[in-house]
Design a protein around this ligand. Structure first.
Ligand code: ADP
Ligand code: MG
Length: 353
């Protein structure tokens, strides 16, 4: 993405750690640069420090000594939240329940002294962007969860913030609505083009929304990368297993070949290791005829799910292997099959992680 074209500020988090008063180490000192207009996703399991990092950026939390937050190179660390020009959306809506949708969206503009005509124009724009036309005069308590989150987003961006911070905004919604709103949110964030930091524990959300993803674990950054690299080139077992389904193979490596119960698997290298670890995504494994295959196994079960089928194979490696195959393949339990895996689909991992 071209940072120069984006809106909002460039953010730098420098050496920001957080130890709470009770001694909890919520965040190890971390340094992170977010380009103007970029959508950066903080992804990780509950309790890994995502919200703490977001709150430090917002100015709701002070980093430990030595930590700094910079917007466009300017040190914002001592600047209070109301002067940082941030827009925020949380899991719970924090809207004014008795006010109309329009008044909620226009609230920040009103307290900043923006005139009525300009307010009305801006509100209309945001109503259109967030697709809530017709609801302008409803009260918040007359809206569905999804509609409320649209209003919350519209309100957060009404003030033209330098940065938009979203903390699990879809988590409280039911699954079907969450999926729908996720793609809509993607469209809205692209249309806004504003620097955005998005917190979630949902890897599908992270993949779809993030220009880059920061995977966090126990208060530390495990990996930073574009979604494709996070998915196909995880640097640790933790990232591999947290992001989607992953086959983890542990076996001796002889001349660059994994020696498995079901045969040999070429990695493309020529390494020799007593025990190596690799990750293979289920959809990168092809099913072939068993005869003559370098690697073979027996189908343990087949789960047909309409758009694809998940095939579990035994006797290939030390664990069951998961394959996501096209729904057109005929496969049944007990059948012996060959497996073909492209070398670039095999990701060697450091063994200790
Ligand atoms: P996440 O958003 O990834 O779920 P948080 O940033 O909320 O994680 O929390 C990180 C860690 O810090 C957790 O162990 C949490 O219990 C702890 N924590 C959060 N806020 C406080 C606080 N005000 N005082 C003490 N510990 C806290
Ligand atoms: Mg949180």
């Amino acid at each position: 993405m071209n940072a120069v074209q984006g809106h909002g500020v460039a953010v730098r988090i420098e050496n920001c750690g957080k130890t709470f008063a009770d001694g909890t180490h919520a965040l190890e000192p971390a340094t992170l640069d977010i380009a103007r207009g970029e959508t950066l996703v903080l992804l990780g399991p509950s309790g890994c420090g995502k919200t703490t990092m977001l709150r430090i950026i917002a100015g709701l939390e002070v980093p430990d000594a030595g930590g700094r937050v910079l917007f466009d190179g300017k040190d914002m660390t001592p600047v209070p939240i109301e002067q940082r020009n941030v827009g925020m959306v949380f899991q719970s809506y924090a809207l004014f329940p008795n006010m109309s949708v329009s008044d909620n969206i226009g609230y920040g503009l009103k307290i900043r002294g923006v005139g009525k005509a300009e307010r009305t124009r801006r509100i209309a724009e945001l109503i259109e962007l967030t697709n809530i036309g017709g609801l302008e005069h409803r009260r918040i308590d007359q809206l569905s969860g999804g509609q409320r989150q649209r209003v919350a987003l519209a309100r957060a961006v009404a003030i033209r913030p330098g940065i938009l911070l979203l903390d699990e905004p879809l988590t409280a919604l039911d699954a079907a609505l969450r999926d729908r709103l996720r793609s809509e949110l993607n469209r809205m964030l692209r249309a806004l083009g504003i620097t955005t930091i998005y917190v979630t524990h949902d890897q599908a959300e992270a993949m779809e929304l993030g220009d880059r993803i920061v995977v966090m674990r126990k208060g530390a950054i495990a990996q930073i990368g574009v979604p494709r690299d996070i998915y196909f080139a995880p640097q640790s077992r933790f990232v591999a297993e947290f992001i989607g389904a992953a086959n983890i193979i542990e076996a001796p490596l002889v001349n660059g070949h994994f020696v498995l119960p079901g045969g040999r698997l070429a990695t493309g290298g020529s390494d020799n290791q007593a025990r190596a670890v690799a990750m293979i995504r289920p959809e990168t494994i092809q099913i072939t005829h068993a005869e003559g295959a370098f690697l073979a196994g027996v189908i343990d079960s087949v789960g047909f799910s309409g758009d694809r089928q998940r095939i579990i194979v035994k006797d290939v490696s030390d664990k069951l292997l998961t394959i996501d195959a096209p729904n057109t393949i005929r496969a049944k339990a007990g059948e012996r099959i060959g497996l073909s895996i492209a070398q670039d689909a095999i990701r060697l991992l450091p063994p200790d992680k």
